[in-house]
Ligand binder design. Sequence first.
Ligand code: URA
Length: 204
Amino acid sequence: MPDIDDQLQKIAQEIHDFDDSPLTAYREKNDYQPVPGEGNPRSRVLLLGEAPGKKEAETGKPFMGSGGKVLNDLLESIGLSRNDVFITNLLKDRPPENRDPKAAEIEAYAPFLWKQIEVIQPELIVTLGRFAMHFILDAFHHPQKDKKISDIHGQLLQGKADYGDVYILPLYHPAAVLYNRSLEPNLKQDMQVLKVFLEKTSRK
Ligand code: URA
């Protein structure tokens, strides 16, 4: 079995070569890069955002803009850095004008995400925002899948992946704080759930 880094590198290459993507033409026209994800692939935790923005598409790295700064601060508030987790998105290419991802785009990129999850085998998937939350809860046929993010953010939910049990922690999207400051205390408090989770024994 190839090394975990090699496996992720192979997936990143597949994303790069993905010509049928609904967003490839836009990527090429703007000289953007795909954004497969980065961080520690041996982490117990995978953070799942929505889609790359302009800064991310320019650098090929997730969460590099103002939302990324909020995310870095949130991680720091519980003593973590970006290198302690693996960070990726539902879409691996930037949608035009940062519009919401379309269902067909989410579906087109989903196989890459599932391959990444299969390789990393996270114990906890932290969903950032409603799109990532609904995608994961739908995929796991979770009983809370039709709930709103305002009802279930910060709750540790249980799911079953092919490789074993997996927890899901829905959080508000870090960039939401930039538009609605009142969400900041919620996000900070919900990060404590992640901290407590990490203090528990691990299967890794
Ligand atoms: N928002 C996201 O959901 N992901 C990024 O990588 C950047 C902003």
